[in-house]
Structures are given as C-alpha cells and as structure tokens.
Design a protein. Structure first.
Lengths: 213, 333, 333, 213
C-alpha cells in the first residue's frame, strides 16, 4: 500500500504555492467579476509566506507542518479565504499530529476533517457557489475510491475530475454565500474564484502525492 | 493606475505609518501584526471597542481611534478583512478589565476572522462580545445568504458606542447599544466610477461615461443594478426611498442624515445630494436633527455617494453629541 | 462628465443650499447675492472676517464659516471669483462695529473684485482692510506679473485670524496677523488628473495615464511642468523641497504640516504623502508640531495633493488650537 | 457728421451678447489652454443678464444705460473679466451721462475712459498678454482716425483690424498678468481669451454703430 510522506505533503504545499503564483491574475480576474478583486492576491500573499517557512516545515511530522501552514495562512491571508483555508489546514493538522506518513485512509480523514471545518466555519452548502462546490465532490470522490481500495493516484485523479466538474457547476449558479451573494442575479455566469483555487489544490495534490520526490 | 503610492504592497503600511506620525497624541500604530490603538490604551475600567476591516475605506477605521470612539482598529490589506492575530493582539491591547466589544461589518471574511479572534481571546479568559453591522438595504436579506453588508451605520455605531464606553457602560450594555444602532440604521450607495485596487492596477469594473451602478458596497464590487446616469435629485431619491421603506422611517421621526462620499466625489456634490435628501425627509415629516456629511467610509478613489439614515432617540442623540477626539472626527474637545 | 449634479447652472446654488440645510445652527445662507454668514452675525464688538472666491474648492470657504473662523464667505461661480456686490453685502452683514477684514487669495479676479467691494463698503463708512494671500511657491514671484497664487495657507490664515478676532483683536491686529501667517506659509501642489468644470463638461486638460502635472493651482489649470508619474515619496520630495528653500524653513523650526487632497485623492494616499513629508522634515531637524490632513482646499474632483508648511511660534500655535465650530472644521467646542 | 444714438449703443450691446453666446465654447477653449476654462461662461452669464434687462435700457440716456450694463456685468460675471469689463462700461458711462447721442469724438472719449479704467484696475501693459493687447491698439486706431476726421465706419473698421492684430500678437507672448501668468513659458503659443472677447466687442461695434437700426 502506498503511503504519503511528510516530504510529499511539503511538495504538495510548495507546488500549490507556485501554482497560485502562476494563477494569481486569473483568480483576481474571477474575483473582479463577482467579488472584490483580491482572491489571487490573498492566496498569493499567504502561500508566499508559507514558502518562506519551508525550512521550518522540513523534518516536522505532518500534523506539525500542516499546523504551521494553517497558522501562516490565518495570519497573512485575511478575508474569507484566509479563514477558510486556514481552518482547512488547521483541521487537517488536528488528525495528523505525530504522523510522519499517511495511509490513503488517513489522507482521506485529513480531507474529511478539512471539509468539515470549512463547512462549519462558512456554513455554505453545495450549490451556494463557493469553494465547497469543488471541495465537497472532490472529497466524495476520494471517499469512494479509497473506500474501494483503488490506488491513490486513481483516487486523486478522480478527485481532480470531480473538483473540476464542481468548479464548472458554479458558473451558472447565483451565489448565496460570500461577497458574490451581494450581486444577486448578476453573480450568475461567472466561475467562483474560491472553487477555482480549491480545484488547483487537488490538481497539485495529484501531481505531488503519488510520486516520490 | 494613477495613485500617490510607492508600491501596491506598501500602501497600508505606509498609510498607517503616516497616520501614526500625524497624530502621535491620539494613536499608536503597532506593526506586525498591524493595529492602531488609542495612545492611552488600555483604559482601565473601560470597555474596549475594537473594529477593523479591509483597508481602502479611510478614515474608517484607523481615523476613528481615540477618545470617545474606537480603542483599536485592525486594518487588513486593501479590501481584505484583517486576520485573527491582528484582532487578537488589538483586543489584548485595549482590554482594561471590562471586556472588549468587536464591531464587525457583515462580510463573510470579516465575520469569520473576528470569530476566530474572539475564540482566541476567550480561550485566554478575556470577555469578548461581537456585534455585526448589516445596514445595507441594497442587499436582500435572507437566512440562506450572507445577508446584508455593513456600511455607513458602522461609523455611527462606532461613535455612539464609543461614547457610551467612555461613560463607563458595561460590555453587555455596549453590545446592546450597538445592536440598537444597527437596528435603527439603514444605508444605500451608488457609484459613478469604479475604484482601482492598487495590486490590481486597473478599475474593478468598467462603467461607460453615461452609466452608473446603484446598490454598491464599499469594496469596489459592482452594484445590484447598472443604469443610465441620472440627475443628483433622482439618484438621491433612488437611494433614500428603499431606506425609508425598509425600517420604515415615519412621520415624526428624528433622524441623523449621513451623506457620505465614496472617496472621489467632492464636497460640492455631496451637499447637492444632501439638499435633496433633506428636502425629501422634510416633506415626509421626518426631522433631520443631526447631519454628517463627508468622506467617512470610502472605497478608495471611487466617485459616488451613499446615504445612511439613523433613527434617533434621546439616548442616541446625546451619545452622538458627546466629545470625540480622533484623527478624523473631533468635537467637544 | 460624471457628477452628482442636476445641472451645471445650479451647482453652486444647490450646494450652498445643502450646506445651509445641514448646519442651520452654524450658518445662514443668503441668496442673490449669494453669501454664507455665521448664524449669529453680526457679532457685536468683533472684527468681521470675510473671505470668498470661486466655488469648487469646498469646504473652502463656506465650510469654514462659524465661531472661531470666518464670519462670511462669498462663493462665486465654479472657479470664478465672486462679484463685488456679494462681498459688499457680506461685509455689511458681519460688521459688528469693529470693521471687516477681507482675506483674498491672490488671483487677478479675486483681488480686483474685492477691491471694488472694499471701495463700496468704505464709501458707506465701513472700516475695511484686505490681506492678499500668495503662498504658492510653484509660481515665480515678480513685480511684473500677477505674483504668486493664494492656496493652502488661506485655510490656515482663516483659522488663525478667526481665532484672534474671536478673542477681540482689532481690525489692524487682524490684518497684521493675517500678513504674518501669509509671510510664514508656503505651498505647492500637483495633479494626477484634471478636473471637469461642470459647465465645460470635459477635463480642463488631458493627462496621459503615465504623466502628472507639478506646480498646479486650484482652478484646474495646468501646472508649471508636466512629467512622468513618480512615486509618492519622490512627489512629496518635489513638493516639499521648493517650499523648504523658499522661506527658508530651518533646523529647529516648529511647523504646521498641512497635506491637502485636491478632491479626488482619498485619505489612504494622503497619509502616504504625509508620512514622507514628516520624515523629510524630521531629518532636517524641523519639528512638526501640528498636523492637518484632508481635503480642505480642493479643485472639484481633481486627483492630486498639495503640501502647505506654516512656520509656527507660540502665538500662531495657540490661535490654531483655539476652539472652532464650522461645518468643516470643529474642535474645542 | 454721423452720430451714435442710444439705440445703436443698445444694438451694439445686444449684438455683442449674441456674439458671445455664439463664441462661448471657443472662449472657454482658449481659457482651458492657459486659464481656468471659464471666460466663455463668465462673459455669457454677464451678457445674458444684460439681455434680460433690455427693456430697462430702452429710452435711457447713454450714460444711464451703460451704467446698467456695467452694474449688471459687475454683479454677474465675477473673475477678472467681470471686474475689467464692468470697469470699462462704468467708466464709459461716466463720460456719457445725460447724452442721447454721441459724436465720434465723444465715442472716442468713451473708449479712452474705458481703456484707462481697465489699465488702472488691472495694471496690465501692452505685451502682458491680456485684453489690453487688443483694446489699446483698437482705441489708438480710433484716436488717429477720428482725430483725422475720417468717417466713423472707417475708424471702426481700422479699430477692428487693430484689435485683431493685437489679438494675434498675444499668441507668441508669455503672460505676465492674470491667471495665464502662472503657466510661465507654457502660456506662450496660445491666444489670450480676454483679448479675443475684446476683439469681438469692436467687431460688434463696427457692425452696429455705423448703420441705423
Ligand atoms: N461562507 C463561505 N463558505 C465557503 N466558501 C466561501 C464562503 N464565503 C466565501 N467563500 C469563498 O471565498 C472566495 C472568496 O475569497 P476571497 O476573495 O479571498 O475573500 P473575500 O471574499 O473576503 O474577498 C469565494 O470565491 C468563495 O469560494
Ligand atoms: N490684470 C489684467 N489686466 C487686463 N486684463 C486681464 C488682467 N488679468 C486678466 N485679464 C484678462 O482676463 C482674461 C480672463 O478672464 P476670465 O477667464 O473671465 O477671468 P479669470 O482669469 O478670473 O478666470 C484674460 O484672458 C485676460 O485677457
Ligand atoms: Mg475577494
Ligand atoms: Mg476581500
Ligand atoms: Mg475664473
Ligand atoms: Mg478664466
């Protein structure tokens, strides 16, 4: 059975920081249309701050390193994304304390906890046009695949596909949570920025967690 | 982008540095985490009043720190809610033993981050209450949405609750008073132009020469509706009518009329809006007993205006009149 | 043109109506001829202080009428000096028996019209003195030109001389004090954008995205020089250096630092300019003992800023701190 | 010898009011380049106010009607132009009190007095790039022609030509008086707005004072 090492988790976070840097303008563009034009800058500020701490992450157990990621995001991102991604990683850390590697089942638990944290904090349901629309189906796909003992790379590939479908599903929706909800009907026909950054998180997971570095 | 800045990254830091340098007798600016506190904080035996939010709304909130108003303000990045650690540190810095009230504008980010900060402070034994301001009638309220935004009433709540705290009220009383102000205040805004977020470098939305946005918030977001540019009198009526209907305000009411510039609209225009608003209210038998006109809760350089109406009673009127001494608001002292 | 107005013709009338409606306890607005007087004018036994000029510079001058500052303000059409009959009527309305001081910004139109008004008032036996403010270092002074413009120091002079008048000084003393403030104040301004004069409907000048005007006045006129846009710190240095050299201000001086928005520049940017100006002064050993930051003498919605530096002594500092209660400036009361 | 009647003076003022209305945008354009973009509006406001009083002018002697024109301009125009044109007409009125018609010599005196008033008030010399640059040569042309007993229409034609030449002469100048002086060297290569409105005043005089209406 494949396991996920602490180094792979670090690689995931690092890859995601780079992806966010690349997609910063795009995320901001999405947030200009239905929000306040800062999602790209917010995520970038946070993950650049995480990158600065890369040396600190190394050698730590997964729970400890995810806690550093969480606290860094919480204290640098701000806005809805800061609270939500911060909560995601804080919850993820809470179920990985002391672990230096994760079984697929343990990784699933990390995701489940993270999702639950976001839902508790943000109170968004599926269809509210938020990051939950990408996150929930992605976690669900993992749950099914890992439950069926499918290999991790396949589970993650399915999660990416599910996140992408979830992301697409936000386009026609009218937002009911977050800043986009103020636009009412004018929020329809736009892709949710937070769902987009969540999709990228799974994309980077698939790229980093199934190969050794 | 044409702005008097050095670099988008440094806007907030340099601006609050300037505020601190300009008013050293009134405020102290703390960096990393960033917050602005009264120079004499913590005031022993006084409830601490903390607010905060994204930057770009100056003078709110940093300009309202001082005697008779806020004890601390937490500035986030431009249009981005501050982080829990800022709020937590500010809360500790102003706790004079009677607890701390967080005045939070109703935005998902602000609410969640202030919740996390309150959790942190309470975990350390501090008494913390939070009141969420949601006065924007442009947004339809519903259990299944993020609800109304917090806009102009925030400034009035900070002044009024700040005065009560100065007089020695308890945390519970401060929270109850803040709820009352929020319940009696309503706002609506419009934009003639978009603003330019510094790190974006171009307007958040494009608005043709002959169009305007009605029902905007304070973060450069588009409004509920885009329409052809109208006259100041027509616009005033469009802003005031939903406000009047929402509470509703009635014949015989006393009100504070707050006409606010979104940043780029100068005084000469604001008073044209004020004039019409005053006329509409007078015609309805509503008495404008206090007036407040100027750029107090802004969206960077956005041109446009918002109107806030607060129903006054003796308590609120007296507290509004109490001395205040902050960088942006001062009277009686 | 995107403005909150009803028609270009009615801008001034409606705006001063709004001012009167908003602050009935402080000011009374008289129409045809248009002028704004203290609600309690004339104050017996007090020198009357009258200023005026084109509209579009709000809150100057109408927003500065009230206890401790101006007794009357005469608003002209936008950017056009008011007429002698306005000034003459205002002068009569505020003459409490000790004579009237006219504070006049140095523009040909203002100077000539105030001269004509003073002639009319003197012909009726009133004692009238006039002091011309000419503090703009962007303009090279010379006997053979119209001389320097009057800009930011005007506001400081109105406050300081207003305080002295409130304390009962004579007309001669008021005039001498006003000359002193003018002699010790220097200003310079810049623009990021042009303003739009309402009856013109388009920008007075076109300024490319990457350029700015340095050495502008307050009437939307182009400046002395157009150049590539620079950082806030560089711009601050460009404004402050000629000011510092002109008087000159010296190591050990106490100054009032006034950073002014031309109308469209929001607070967040002003404090970035303030920060750098404060740093430059501190590095030169000049002590900023009073600060004044905001849109106080504007050019409609023009984006840009000006810096005014006033050398302070005990007399000026005390008078600056005296209570003032006007629509736009209030403290100590 | 031709004389100028009060009705002709009224026709002159009326014609000028219309000319100003036609040239309002042009005058404002000139004042945008080197001033504050209000000369057209200022003059228009003043002369529209004069037009409103047309009935009052009728039947009055020339001094009396010019005084009404002067006072109306003084109380409605504002700015440099209000004080200067107001002074011009006030001085013109002072030497025509009680007169119902003017000989060419008396009309010359009107101009001389008006010019002197403007110079006293504004302290501009020729070459300062102001209305004086058009007014002074126009008056001088009248002085010569009327002194030489040339017919009034010829005198006025020469005044118009001189005013126009004076107006053209302002273009290369650097302004030394008025608002344009703040521009320093940037004021060169622009035609002075006030000299332009003064040229129009003579143009209208030539059109109205030499024919009976
Ligand atoms: N209540 C919520 N629950 C889950 N996600 C949310 C919620 N509110 C907002 N979001 C997500 O946050 C994203 C916006 O993040 P960001 O722009 O960084 O913060 P802000 O809205 O404070 O400016 C949205 O696109 C949405 O996906
Ligand atoms: N000192 C002066 N003497 C004569 N004419 C002057 C003087 N100053 C200005 N002018 C004339 O006034 C004109 C400008 O008038 P206007 O634009 O109406 O007034 P303002 O300059 O006050 O805006 C200038 O073009 C110039 O011809
Ligand atoms: Mg956002
Ligand atoms: Mg935001
Ligand atoms: Mg003018
Ligand atoms: Mg002009």
């Amino acid at each position: 059975m494949t396991t996920i090492t602490a180094d792979q988790i670090i690689a995931w976070i690092e890859r995601y920081s780079i992806r966010i840097a690349e997609q910063k303008e795009f995320l901001t563009k999405l947030d200009s249309d239905i929000g306040d034009a800062d999602h790209g800058a917010n995520m970038h500020r946070g993950f650049q701050a995480v990158l600065v701490k890369k040396a600190e992450l190394q050698g730590k157990d997964i729970g400890a390193l995810l806690k550093i990621v969480a606290m860094t995001l919480i204290s640098t991102v701000g806005g809805a994304a800061g609270a939500l991604y911060g909560t995601f990683f804080l919850q993820a850390s809470s179920v990985t304390t002391g672990k230096t590697e994760l079984t697929p089942g343990e990784f699933l638990l990390l995701l489940e906890k993270g999702l639950a944290g976001i839902v508790l904090r943000g109170k968004a349901a599926i269809g509210d046009k938020t990051m939950v629309d990408a996150l929930h189906p992605a976690v669900k796909a993992c749950r099914r695949a890992i439950g069926a003992n499918e290999p991790l790379d396949q589970a993650l590939a399915q999660a990416v596909a599910a996140a992408e479908a979830g992301l697409q599903s936000t386009i026609p929706l009218m937002a009911r949570r977050g800043r986009a909800s103020y636009l009412g009907e004018r929020s329809a026909n736009h892709q949710d920025p937070g769902a987009t950054s969540t999709f990228l998180l799974f994309q980077c997971a698939a790229e980093t967690l199934t190969t050794n570095h | 982008m044409k702005k008097l800045i050095n670099s988008p990254e440094n806007v907030v830091l340099e601006s609050i540095s300037g505020l601190g340098a300009a008013f050293p007798d009134l405020v102290k600016v703390h960096f990393n985490p960033n917050y602005i506190v009264r120079a004499d904080a913590p005031v022993q035996g006084k409830v601490g009043i903390v607010s905060g939010g994204g930057s770009g709304h100056e003078p709110m909130h940093g300009g309202f720190v001082g005697k008779g108003m806020l004890d601390a303000a937490c500035p986030g990045a431009v249009f981005t809610s501050p982080t829990p650690d800022q709020m937590h540190e500010a809360t500790k810095a102003v706790n004079g033993g009677k607890g701390v009230l967080h005045i939070v504008k109703n935005y998902t980010g602000d609410v969640m981050n202030f919740e996390m900060a309150a959790d942190l402070a309470r975990a350390e034994g501090a008494e913390v209450e939070a009141v969420v301001i949601d006065d924007d009638v442009a947004v339809k309220d519903s259990l299944y949405t993020a609800g109304r935004r917090g806009v102009g009433t925030t400034v009035l709540a900070e002044k009024i609750v700040g005065a009560a705290a100065e007089q020695g009220c308890t945390l519970k009383e401060a929270a109850a008073l803040c709820h009352k102000v929020n319940a009696q205040g309503r706002s609506m805004g419009m934009a003639l132009t978009s603003c330019v977020v510094p790190h974006v470098g171009k307007p958040t939305f494009d608005l043709p020469e002959d169009e305007m946005e009605i029902g905007i918030g304070i973060h450069g977001e588009p409004g509920r509706q885009r329409m052809k540019l109208k006259s100041a009198d027509e616009i005033t009526e469009m802003l005031l009518t939903p406000i009047l209907e929402d509470l509703p305000f009635q014949n015989g009411d006393n009100v504070l009329l707050f006409v606010n510039s979104m940043g780029g609209t100068p005084g000469v225009e604001l008073f044209i809006v004020y004039r019409k608003a005053h006329e509409i209210l007078t015609n309805r038998g509503i008495k404008v007993s206090r007036s407040f006109v100027g750029p107090y809760i802004t969206s960077l350089e956005m041109a446009g205006a918002s109107i806030t109406l607060l129903k006054l009673d003796d308590q609120l009127t007296k507290l509004w009149d109490e001395p205040v001494h902050t960088p942006a608001l001062r009277w009686g002292v």
